[in-house]
Design a protein around this ligand. Structure first.
Ligand code: GRF
Length: 220
């Protein structure tokens, strides 16, 4: 990052343990990382990730969705909180609330999500079980821009992860999660630095490494 370039202000949305949030926070500790984490917001006040973020001295906010009478009211508060923190980019990291098209459109092109499959395969819940049931040999994870349709936005970056014959949903999830922790900071770096850009329904740029590399599974 050039010394002249301001770091993008990022808000992270979580609902649970927050291991991807932790990976983003760790990455953003580097002085040359093009983004800073300015707030961590959880819809669950008891989320383990929220306590961890607070312990790191980060600004944290709990917005308990159960205390709002409608999804729109909850999202208005979320929107207000993001704007008050001066957030420019939102990273969803295990944020388990469906969002209304209105909220998504307000942040479209500025909101990222991570999903534990090679999208567009295996959208939605129980992703790892879906992956095993399909018998694919290569699984993975995807960071994408959020659009109103679930797990469907323009893809920013993907990582491929082999599936083992004896995998359970848990063992596969653990292998993919390790890749998620590398992929999300990389994808945020691409967007925050401007190296990759939204170009219609696709993201272009940022594809300059590993272009010739392929992962074979089974090995050959
Ligand atoms: C991750 O597998 C992510 O891909 C999915 O939810 C999980 C969140 O895990 N969207 P964590 O809270 O980041 O540990």
């Amino acid at each position: 990052m050039s010394p002249m370039m301001a770091r993008k202000r990022v808000g992270i949305l979580i609902s649970g343990r927050g291991s991807n949030m932790m990976a983003l926070v760790e990455a953003a500790r580097a002085s040359d990382y093009p983004a800073e984490i300015v707030t961590v917001i959880s819809n669950r006040p008891d989320a383990a990730g929220l306590a961890w973020a607070a312990s790191q001295g980060l600004a944290t906010v709990a917005i308990d969705h159960k205390t709002f009478s409608s999804r729109e009211d909850f999202e208005s508060e979320l929107d207000r909180t993001l704007i008050a923190a001066g957030v420019e980019l939102v990273c969803c990291a295990g944020f388990m609330r469906l969002m209304t098209p209105g909220f998504v459109e307000r942040w479209q092109g500025r909101m990222l999500n991570i999903h534990p499959s090679l999208l567009p395969s295996f959208k939605g819940l129980d992703t790892h079980a879906q992956t095993l049931a399909a018998g694919v040999k290569i699984a993975g994870c995807t960071v994408h821009f959020v659009v109103p349709e679930m797990d469907s936005g323009p893809i920013i970056a993907q990582a491929a992860v082999p599936v083992a014959d004896d995998d359970t949903a848990d063992t596969l999830a653990a292998r993919i999660l390790a890749a998620e922790h590398k992929l999300y900071p990389h994808a945020l770096h691409l967007i925050a630095s401007g190296a990759a850009r939204l170009d219609g329904h696709r993201v272009s740029g940022g594809n300059s490494v590993n272009q010739a590399a392929a992962l074979f599974s089974p090995r050959c």
